[in-house]
Design a protein around this ligand. Structure first.
Ligand SMILES: [Zn+2]
Length: 189
């Protein structure tokens, strides 16, 4: 049999070059039956329907997809970590400036939250205490017991409102007020 570099599109019935077809590994001749143009037209026509179908599918299979997501994350932890790291490196300038803005805002917030009666020496003692932990390689943060910018109350930057805690605990706490976190949660971190 002579190899023909041409193929008839089943949709528009035109005799076209093989280059005009997308490749399909598991088909008889290695190409789709629709030509590239017909494929594009087909996708354009069915775009809206496909989108609706995907939304509906996600809604109906929420739990299944969540499990799949979790499994995927567990199995591909390293891959995901590497990819995130690469993105961070690629956008390092963007991240850096974002970090600068964030920490500048935080410093400003802290500055405006120091009341006139605050005991600055005692505040310093707490920060020194944290430094001591860090010198042993323990990652700790100086945490505001009542957050400086919670939705309900604004805490002060005073020694009574400061404490040293593990960084992992601080991150999980977010802006929640400490009183509602139990002793148990503290020990879990
Ligand atoms: Zn065609």
């Amino acid at each position: 049999m002579i190899f023909s570099a041409k193929k008839i599109c089943k949709t528009c019935n035109q005799d076209k070059n093989l280059d005009d077809f997308y490749r399909k590994k598991d088909s008889k001749n290695g190409y789709f039956s629709k030509c590239k143009i017909c494929t594009a037209i087909y996708y354009e026509k069915n775009k809206e329907e496909k989108r609706k179908y995907q939304i509906e599918y996600k809604k109906l299979n929420k739990e299944k997809l969540a499990i799949y997501d979790k499994e995927y994350h567990l199995l591909n932890k390293q891959k995901i970590y590497d990819k995130n790291k690469q993105t961070k490196i690629k956008n390092s300038d963007k991240y850096k400036s974002l970090y600068c803005i964030k920490s500048a805002k935080k410093r400003l917030k802290i500055k405006s939250s120091i009341p006139s009666w605050a005991d600055k020496d005692k505040i310093k003692e707490i920060y020194d205490f944290a430094s001591e932990f860090r010198s042993y390689g323990i990652s700790v943060d100086v945490d505001h017991i009542v957050p400086l910018n919670s939705k309900i109350v604004n805490g002060f930057h005073t020694h009574e409102n400061l404490r040293v805690c593990l960084s992992s605990f601080n991150r999980s706490k977010g802006n929640k007020i400490l009183e509602i976190l139990t002793e148990q949660q503290w020990h879990k971190t």
